[in-house]
Design a protein around this ligand. Structure first.
Ligand SMILES: [Zn+2]
Ligand SMILES: [Zn+2]
Length: 288
């Protein structure tokens, strides 16, 4: 099927979420692929791990998304599912800046396909603080885009008890109330405050999920040149781009290898960054 839409058109795509991610994902998938997105009722993704850590996430981010997608298919009996999973980590170059990595996993049991789209963005309000007073809480709230972005108040960063965690706070009144309650329960007079990273409480994250969805669509449209299977994707990168001065291989990327997950056809793309030689500054001989 040379036309990508013939693979998915009019099929039901089950979206494994309970955090209203369909607001970012569904319109894109429906208009670009012609699928009908459905969110299963009572699908509890917290079972797979929560941002507030009272339930640990199982495995890696991709494994977690795969588990969610499999579960959604099992519950609904459908053959096409999408799951999304986010994680937050320090920026590799600026450790005090957080990054948001959003992945979207597209699982098609009918064609035996798994395609992953992702977006890594420094656009996030992901942040936390230990505080002692209501005023400190209000100051923190102002810095992280409250009340459009929700907050979580915890008696301690290690709290796992539901009585000690207040999530989805999105008004000043409930914030003050939660902070006062937590301060009363705190044994040492300090409490933990953090941004609520669940999509429906975090419009900035919702935007990144939407970009990841567009990236997924792009990936789906990358078709195998031999069998037209969607999701013809990068599987390996090889370094060795020659130095522009002495032609010795450097650690920069020389070629990307793409592979079809259906027929295993492979294709090499040389000079993926658009340059045929490396800056001698990157060469261990010219710039030891
Ligand atoms: Zn193929
Ligand atoms: Zn050189």
């Amino acid at each position: 099927m040379a036309n990508v839409n013939e693979w998915f058109k009019n099929r039901v795509a089950v979206l494994a979420t309970m955090h209203q991610k369909e607001r970012a994902i569904a319109p894109v998938l429906e208009s670009e692929l012609g699928v009908k997105v459905q969110v299963p009722a009572n699908f509890n993704t917290d079972f797979f791990g929560t941002f507030t850590r009272e339930i640990k996430r199982l495995g890696t981010q991709i494994e977690a998304a795969r588990l969610k997608a499999e579960k959604a298919l099992e519950i609904t009996g459908e053959t096409l599912a999408i799951a999304s999973e986010g994680s937050f980590f320090p920026h590799p170059a600026f450790p005090f800046v957080s990054c948001d990595r959003e992945i979207l996993l597209f699982l098609d049991k009918e064609h035996n396909l798994e395609i992953i789209g992702q977006e890594i963005s420094p656009e996030t309000n992901h942040s936390h603080k230990t505080i002692k007073t209501v005023q400190e809480a209000l100051d923190f709230a102002q810095k992280v885009g409250f009340p459009e972005h929700g907050l979580v108040v915890m008696v301690s960063v290690k709290s796992t008890d539901h009585e000690e965690i207040f999530k989805g706070i999105d008004t000043e009144e409930t914030l003050i109330e939660a902070v006062e309650t937590a301060l009363r329960k705190s044994p040492d007079g300090t409490i933990h405050l953090e941004t609520d990273m669940r999509a429906m409480y975090n419009p900035t994250r919702m935007k990144v999920i939407e970009i990841a969805t567009h990236n997924l669509i792009k990936k789906i449209h990358q078709q195998c040149p031999q069998c037209f299977c969607p999701g013809f994707d990068l599987v390996e990168r090889q370094s060795g781009l020659p130095c522009g001065l002495c032609y010795a291989p450097t650690s920069l990327i020389l070629l990307d290898i793409y592979q079809c997950q259906r027929c295993n056809y492979r294709e090499e793309k040389r000079f993926p960054e658009g340059k045929e030689t490396a800056d001698p500054a990157q060469c261990i001989y010219c710039n030891p």
